[in-house]
Ligand binder design. Structure first.
Ligand code: BGC
Length: 386
């Protein structure tokens, strides 16, 4: 089956954006508030001496996104609450060294394949490929050194508050076939949207499933767990999993299950109910089959924090979304500002194709063929409720 992707043509009026490349400290930027800007600065070096840059995007409303070239990781995302108080709503660390020590994909670009591939094996073009099994018996998030652990090239995008990360994943990297040329662009608009555009081409047929792995906490990084957040997922169905989190192949209705988020529901309301699927995920760690009415961007989810009033809407061109409730966070990681990341301190809304698609013939295909383009787009829109 051919990979079906939607071409999104964004027509943006040109607005002058200041692009500043400097080595100043991040806190030297309050003057950026209130206008669109892109800045970059040195953030440190990897163990093998590669320089890592940190980009700061701001918009006219004072929203600020920071993303670094290591893993394309969004290190902070500051948005206002209903009284205008800013908070950083993603988990992460203050220093590059802390990221290099290891963490569960905080804020990263995930690739070549988001989520799991059963037993780290798939067959394409009559040939079977073997990947690292870095998650129990399965392959997770691209392997031992996925796209989250490499240094990307980066460049600001002219006329926008945006940065494009690019790299070519060589043929055979982490066992995957084909040289895959990838571009992931983060754009912050004055409508308080953070757009993530993915583009890839290959010279051999290969699975591709890129996603973004920010852990959100709309109350603010370090402000407790996300169980009181209310979530809506625009999906009538989801893909149940086995005990190793591989889809069984079934596409099941959410109706009358704890997976029914068709109306706004507190995440904590049912997460610990006795339920075989919740047991397999240690909570929510499943792919929802999004209800799509046509091509292009479609609403996927809405998250609200009733206390602060912060809201997050997610729209995507993808057919699925993994909602991961931070079940494996256990207080062993200390993040920004000394915050200890306890159980369910943040949650991920990972728009993507379904897990293990290369081994699931009934799922939409994730195989990118040479000569075709992989295009995917997700928009995270921040707001406030009364
Ligand atoms: C997976 C989880 C995993 C987490 C971080 C999520 O996308 O579904 O099972 O623990 O990423 O590693």
């Amino acid at each position: 089956m051919l990979l079906c992707r939607c071409l999104i043509l964004a027509c943006c009026a040109f607005t002058a954006v200041q692009v500043v490349v400097s080595a100043a400290k991040p806190d030297a930027y309050p003057q950026a508030r209130g206008r669109r800007a892109v800045r970059s600065e040195a953030f440190g070096k990897t163990a093998d001496g590669q320089q890592v840059e940190l980009y700061t995007l701001t918009n006219a409303n004072g929203i600020e996104v920071r993303a670094m070239t290591y893993g394309g990781i969004i290190t902070s995302l500051k948005v206002p609450d209903r009284s205008g108080r800013m908070a950083d709503v993603v988990l992460g660390f203050d220093t590059l060294d802390a990221y290099l020590k290891g963490h569960p994909y905080f804020g990263a670009i995930i690739g070549r394949y988001g989520n799991r591939i059963a037993k780290g094996r798939f067959t394409v073009g009559g040939r079977t490929y073997t990947l690292a099994t870095n998650n129990g018996p399965n392959h997770l998030h691209g392997g031992n050194k996925g796209f989250d652990k490499v240094v990307w090239s980066a460049a600001p995008v002219a006329g926008q508050s945006a940065v494009a990360f690019t790299r070519t994943s060589p043929d055979g990297e982490e066992g995957y076939p084909g040289n895959l040329t990838v571009r992931v662009t983060y754009t912050l608009t004055d409508k308080n949207e953070l757009t993530v555009d993915y583009h890839a081409t290959t010279d051999k047929a290969t699975p591709v499933n890129l996603t973004h792995h920010s852990y959100f906490n709309l109350a603010g990084d370090g402000a407790g767990d996300i169980l009181g957040h209310e979530l809506t997922i625009h999906a009538d169905r989801y893909t149940p999993v086995d005990a190793t989190l591989i889809p069984t192949g079934a596409i099941a209705p959410v109706q009358r299950t704890p997976f029914d988020f068709r109306t706004p529901t507190a995440i904590g309301m049912r997460i610990d109910q006795p339920d075989e699927q919740l047991k397999n995920g240690k909570g929510y760690d499943h792919n929802w089959v999004l209800t799509r009415r046509g091509a292009g961007l479609q609403p996927a989810a809405r998250l609200t924090d009733p206390a602060s009033g912060r809201t997050l809407e997610v729209a995507t061109t993808e057919p699925g979304m993994q909602f991961y409730a931070g079940n494996f966070l256990d207080g062993t990681l200390t993040g920004k500002g000394g915050h200890v990341y306890k159980h369910r301190a943040g949650l991920c809304l990972e728009t993507q194709h379904f897990p293990d698609s290369p081994n699931q013939p009934s799922f939409p295909s994730t195989i990118l063929q040479p000569g075709l383009e992989y295009r995917s787009k997700t928009v995270f829109t921040f707001g406030v409720s009364k």
